[in-house]
Design a protein around this ligand. Sequence first.
Ligand code: ADP
Ligand code: MG
Length: 358
Amino acid sequence: MLLLDIHCERDAFQLQVRESFSLNGVTGVMGPSGCGKTTLLRCIAGLERHVQGSVKFDSTLWQSEAAFVPPHKRGIGYVFQDGRLFPHMSVRSNLNYGLRRNRKYLDTASETLSFEHVVEWLGIVSLLDRPITRLSGGQRQRVAIGRALLGSPKLLLMDEPLSALDWASRTSIMPRLREINREFGVPVLFVSHNREEIARLADEVVLMDNGCIEERGPTRQMLNRARGSLADDQALSVLEAGVVNTDSPYGMTELEVDGRSLMVNQSNLRQGQQVRVVVPASEISLCLENISQISIQNRLLTTLTDIQDIDDHHALVRLTLDEQALIALITRQSRHRLGLKLGITVYAHFKAACLEVV
Ligand code: ADP
Ligand code: MG
């Protein structure tokens, strides 16, 4: 549990946060550029100088009027966008730095993570003797994550750790980030302005604006909204689904969402498993009739519960299943051609291939 009651003032900017975080799994922090996401993490880490108020982690007061625990004694792992490794040292030496820091300052020797475990899990065993200068951006970020973990942190703060990476590196690291909590039992505060990253990684989402926390809630609820301060051009939906059939023909897997069947072309899932399906809003088409002579496999019966024009050409439509909802991006022309109105029944079509299951 992280309890914050802080106020930080800097030139024209003020951060004011009074909030408690239960820190189960990954907490995603989103918000526009300049809203104070990095400042919030720096306040938690004890790196920000002009902070007033209190910061409490579990039963330890990191900051109050009477106390200030310096950053290196808080047991926090910090991963920055640019890695911040020591460029003149090898991968191994960078990782050992994390370990040494841990031994020096923390008294939790029994909980120390094993070097071998961390490097194997990150897939960097073959890189150990390379200089940092000879790593790709994705490899560097893996080393940065390894170094933070080897400090055996009680809390991991990640500030846009993937945003400088190309798509392929991001896609290969994301599943690892998703597992950090389960594998090492470390809660993560993850800052990103990328909706897809948040959809894939976060259990809870905190939305910031203008130095304050505007809203927070479960990821699915926070992302599946047509309205809101989230960027509409990245609109997507997150569905919670159960795996019902893994041996359907052609390597497809059948999922169930709100009593409806959903086919995905992913074959590594187990029956009974609960998964999260990310559906980009731009991949959904709407149909007013139930057409079966069509190549698209996923045709979900929904009710149209909200519609918003978002610019001169596009509208976002909210389609409710029972408990869950989908957001679709369509043209305003289609909106009028189909005569879309609140309350009507709509079939949401989307290809199995556009879905991502996590
Ligand atoms: P975010 O991470 O959400 O993009 P930041 O926490 O980095 O936002 O910044 C919050 C605000 O503080 C911004 O308005 C920014 O202009 C201001 N700011 C950031 N760093 C400094 C600094 N070193 N000195 C003065 N103002 C700063
Ligand atoms: Mg920032």
